[in-house]
Each structure stands twice: as structure tokens, then as C-alpha cells.
Design a protein. Structure first.
Length: 241
């Protein structure tokens, strides 16, 4: 494999525990927005949100594709991301250490707007590690997993596809990256979860060490000290094909 030049991180639970509550808060605001703008009960709105997430790989993408005349993207994104990030997240020295020791450039690739991404990175105290934030506005509101969003990111970075590594939490968001020949790590967050095809499958971001080592973006010395430093035998499992 060619060595990785950029590691593209998904913003969601690739960086913070699913139990942190932040994604639930955003999900609740998406439901509220749907209920108010499409004129339905909260229960119906919640069901629709989940349905679009399953069908379209992202509830935001489903809404933009199916209700383009009803929903103003800027208004929607501002509303759903209007959550007190600092209430849910705090600086994570382990995450900062990991980012410091990756021998690759780091970028974010997210369906959130950049303003929100900046707040999350600031709350985690890791903003300095990222050279680019590719947000939903960058892709002209084409949310992941729209393949064109990935193409725009790749063209912007001017490196061959196989030198890009996507670290992603949503299984549905892996396929376009794989089709473009990017390398992939699925941070699935739940050991029992199946269905995501990736070069590496890990349960949380702490287990990405081995994948980073095998891909040449972390050396043996740092991997060993990382695995000592981070609890829980941080070994990535290479995915089945």
C-alpha cells in the first residue's frame, strides 16, 4: 500500500464516546425541525428521520434530497447544530496525543457545518491538528454518502486516492470512499455491529493505533507506547473482505 498523506476523520463518534449525549441532542433537534417544517407529530418526525438515515445514509442527506423546496439548508444546519457542545465534551489528552503522533496530515470530513466543527474541536482542544475542515457547505450541501462530496475532497487535496485514509463512524459512509480506492477504518462504536465494509474495523478510536501502524502513519515506538497509555488492549482487527 502507498503511504497515507491525509487522514480524514469523521467528526461524530469517531472522536467522542457515543454515550456523550451530543449526537442524541442533535438528533432530537433534527426531529424537531422535521416536525415543525413538514407539519407532523414528533413521533412521525422521528420515524421519518430514522427512515431517511437508513435509506439515504444520512437523515440530512434524505431531507435535502427529498424536501429541497421546503427546507433551507443554512437554516436547517444552524438550527440542528445549535447545541451547547461544551456541556457534552471536554479536552481529551489521549486524543491530542494520538493526533500529535500521526505522521500524516489530518483533515475533517463532516456533514456538519464548519462553525459547529470548530466548536467541537475547540471543546476537545484539538483544533491545531487539522489542516482542513471539509464541511457540508464545501460539498455544496451534498452530504455524505453522496459520492460527489468525496470526489470534491479528493480533488481539493491533490493526492492520489490510495494516499487518503477515511476514519468513519457511519457504515453507510464507507462505500463511496472504497469505490474511489481510499483506505478506510470503520470506528463502529459497538462490538456487535456488522455491515460496514472497511480495510480495518475497530470498536472505538483508541483502537485505531494498529491500523495506523500498519498503514505507516504511526511508528512502532509510538504504537507501543500508545497501547500502554490507552486502556483496553488497543488492537484493530483487520476487516473481513
Amino acid at each position: 500500500t502507498m503511504s497515507v498523506v491525509y487522514v480524514l476523520f469523521d467528526l461524530d463518534a469517531a472522536f467522542f464516546p457515543a454515550g456523550a449525549g451530543l449526537m442524541d441532542a442533535i438528533g432530537a433537534r433534527i426531529t424537531r425541525y422535521i416536525a415543525e417544517h413538514l407539519g407532523m407529530s414528533v413521533d412521525a418526525a422521528n420515524a421519518l428521520r430514522r427512515q431517511y438515515s437508513d435509506l439515504d445514509g444520512s437523515s440530512t442527506r434524505g431531507l435535502f434530497m427529498r424536501h429541497a423546496l421546503t427546507i433551507d439548508p443554512t437554516d436547517y444546519l444552524t438550527f440542528v447544530h445549535d447545541v451547547p457542545v461544551e456541556k457534552y465534551l471536554s479536552p481529551d489528552p489521549d486524543l491530542a496525543w494520538l493526533l500529535d503522533n500521526l505522521r500524516a496530515k489530518k483533515a475533517l470530513f463532516t456533514n456538519a457545518p464548519a462553525e459547529y466543527a470548530e466548536r467541537v474541536l475547540a471543546a476537545l482542544n484539538v483544533r491545531r491538528h487539522f489542516s482542513h475542515i471539509f464541511d457540508i457547505k464545501f460539498s455544496r450541501y451534498l452530504a455524505k454518502p453522496t459520492p460527489l462530496a468525496y470526489v470534491r475532497v479528493q480533488e481539493s487535496l491533490h493526492v492520489p486516492a490510495e494516499r487518503l485514509l477515511l476514519v468513519e463512524q457511519q457504515a453507510a459512509h464507507l462505500a463511496p470512499a472504497r469505490q474511489l480506492q481510499w483506505q478506510t477504518v470503520w470506528v463502529r462504536g459497538n462490538p456487535g455491529l456488522a455491515g460496514g465494509k472497511a480495510d480495518y474495523v475497530v470498536d472505538d478510536w483508541r483502537q485505531t493505533m494498529r491500523a495506523f501502524f500498519e498503514l505507516g502513519v504511526m511508528d512502532e515506538k509510538h504504537r507501543m507506547s500508545a497501547e500502554h497509555q490507552l486502556a483496553g488492549g488497543a488492537l484493530a482487527r483487520t476487516a473481513l473482505p
